[in-house]
Design a binder for this molecule. Structure first.
Ligand code: PXP
Length: 239
């Protein structure tokens, strides 16, 4: 299971003062140096955290992989076409939400999502769809040409009781195996942290990559980026 670090909330902190620090690009490069397999940023239409400048700098400076989270938006599709990230992950986007709330409803938005996938494919960009661990959503994703899915792990992360977590993990495992059988890559993310990753890593063989942001950034405030990333990598490896 590879680890990609989402640096959106470094930008949230920077923007809180309207200044240039802390810089999400510096954080991303340090995470990469510490062993992260890639970096994720969500360029929102309202630019509430990541800004265009961050994206262009990351494109120039990253040595690993850039995963651009984005909505099915004409403006952002055009930007993606210019920077050509290694992966574009399509997510639902609402102005009022604090963070992405739940997966994309592919079934109800087939035409829009399919059109976005086609336009990104025209620019040679692989596309992942952020969805719930739901067989019908997975089948719909395959039908419209998604290369990857990213399974929303928010429900798993929010459960408190161990038995609820294990039940949700089973649901994720079934979904991941189904997507793999259809030939898609399987990523996962949202709400994963230093505690719940110990259980989540049981899906090591089913999940290709996890995308983790908030927990690593929060820990890095106290112990530094290098240690925060390395500790997460060690937990994923079961050390
Ligand atoms: N994956 C997706 C699609 C997301 O929207 C987010 C949050 O930006 C994450 C992963 C990372 O979630 P977290 O910050 O809770 O680790």
């Amino acid at each position: 299971m590879r680890l990609c670090i989402n640096v959106d909330h470094v930008a949230t902190l920077r923007n809180a003062r309207g200044e240039t620090q802390p810089d999400p690009v510096t954080f991303a490069l340090m995470a990469e140096e510490a062993g992260a397999d890639g970096v994720v940023v969500h360029l929102r239409e309202d630019r509430r955290h990541i800004k265009d400048r961050d994206l262009y700098l990351l494109r120039d400076l990253l040595k690993t992989k850039l995963d651009l989270e984005m909505a099915c938006s004409d403006e952002i599709i055009k930007i993606a076409g210019k920077i050509v990230p290694e992966l574009a992950t399509l997510v639902p986007e609402k102005r009022q939400e604090l963070t992405t709330e739940g997966g994309l409803n592919v079934l109800d938005n087939m035409a829009m999502v399919s059109d976005t996938i086609n336009r990104l494919h025209d620019s040679d960009i692989k596309v992942s769809l952020f969805i719930e661990p739901d067989i019908n959503q997975i089948d719909a994703s395959k039908e419209i040409g998604a290369d990857f899915i990213e399974i929303h792990t928010g429900v798993f992360a929010n459960y408190v009781r161990e038995e609820d977590k294990i039940e949700e993990l089973e649901r994720i495992s079934i979904a991941a195996k189904h997507a793999k059988k259809l030939g898609m890559g399987v990523n996962a993310g949202h709400g994963l942290n230093y505690h719940n990753i110990k259980l989540f890593r049981e899906l090591n063989n089913e999940i290709d990559e996890v995308s983790i942001g908030h927990a690593v950034i929060a820990k890095a405030l106290f112990v530094g980026v290098d240690r925060a990333v390395k500790e997460m990598l060690e937990l994923i490896e079961g050390k």
